[in-house]
Ligand binder design. Structure first.
Ligand SMILES: CC(C)(COP(=O)(O)OP(=O)(O)OC[C@H]1O[C@@H](n2cnc3c(N)ncnc32)[C@H](O)[C@@H]1OP(=O)(O)O)[C@@H](O)C(=O)NCCC(=O)NCCS
Length: 150
């Protein structure tokens, strides 16, 4: 069967209900509230991206860049669309844009329990730098990972 095409575009306010749905499915314990998504839309609109797969909004990612540094704020893919390259397409588009704008250090924090996410980041060249105890509000530790862009 032909793989469904994945298309990347910028987030716009009309997509908010679907992004909130993906968020709740992906982070049932601590989904970002709508107000936070709105803040990121205002602060980091260029790299607040959505991915459509087979016409349906399947995932989103948010990255904020400042000077030579950038942070991956969040990335999530709706469960039925996972392992189909959606997160990869979002990250590839983001990294291309960051390279063009001269970013060198691309950082993120991930929960120690997010095994799929850690595997995804490691495959993409993010390296674990340190663990931060009780980083998340529920007390879980976070891992700081960084990819250095040439
Ligand atoms: C992590 C997440 C974003 C990955 O999205 P995805 O669209 O399924 O990822 P992709 O299909 O693009 O995966 C690309 C590669 O990453 C790795 N990978 C992705 N998911 C993986 C998993 N569950 N286990 C192991 N490796 C995984 C694989 O190498 C994969 O390539 P392959 O499928 O050819 O083996 C998704 O699982 C998700 O939304 N999880 C819940 C939210 C979350 O934890 N977000 C990160 C918070 S910091």
């Amino acid at each position: 069967m032909k793989a469904a095409a994945i298309r990347i575009s910028r987030f716009h306010a009309g997509l908010m209900p679907r992004i909130l749905e993906i968020e709740t499915l992906s982070f049932p314990e601590d989904p970002y509230p709508e107000a936070l998504f709105r803040q990121y839309q205002a602060r980091c609109p260029e790299l607040f991206l959505v991915a459509r797969r087979g016409g349906e909004v399947a995932g989103y990612s948010i990255t904020c860049a400042h000077g030579s540094r950038a942070e991956l704020i969040s990335i999530a893919v709706a469960p039925p669309h996972r392992r189909a390259g959606v997160a990869q397409a979002l990250l590839d588009r983001t990294i291309r844009a960051l390279r063009r704008s001269g970013v060198r250090d691309f950082d993120l924090m991930v929960r120690v329990s997010s095994v799929p996410a850690i595997a995804f980041y490691a495959r993409n060249g993010f390296v674990k730098r340190r663990a931060v105890r009780r980083y998340y509000p529920d007390g879980e530790a976070g891992i700081h990972m960084r990819k250095t862009l040439e």
